[in-house]
Design a protein around this ligand. Structure first.
Ligand SMILES: [Cu+2]
Length: 110
């Protein structure tokens, strides 16, 4: 879904909380050519963490997870952080809303 305004508001919220979040474990996710690298991210369950999402292009991307209620639009060349609250063990899907055919990934919380 292209919720452009929603994403901007959400990004501002994230920027305001980022300064408080320096002690969290950080995981990196790259978006490139409509795909995620890696497609599967393993994270500790029941632990708050930060995801650093980088869009290497060539176009805009949108990281989105319906299950985790997250979305983030990134222009090419942009890196942004998302903070995830502690998750129960399980698998949570995410996708690139601008490239849903190829851009599919999952977070596995263990
Ligand atoms: Cu969307």
């Amino acid at each position: 879904m292209k919720h452009a305004l929603h994403s901007v508001v959400f990004a501002l919220f994230l920027a305001s909380t980022a300064a408080l979040a320096d002690d969290m474990p950080t995981y990196k996710l790259t978006m490139k050519d409509g795909r995620f690298y890696p497609e599967t991210l393993e994270v500790p369950a029941l632990t708050r963490f930060r995801l650093e999402v980088k869009n290497e292009g060539p176009g805009a991307t949108e990281f989105e997870s319906l299950e985790l209620k997250k979305e983030l639009v990134l222009a090419p060349g942009v890196t942004r952080n998302l903070v995830f609250y502690p998750m129960k063990p399980g698998t949570y899907k995410f996708f690139d809303d601008f490239h849903p055919e190829t851009g599919q990934g999952r977070i596995v919380a263990k």
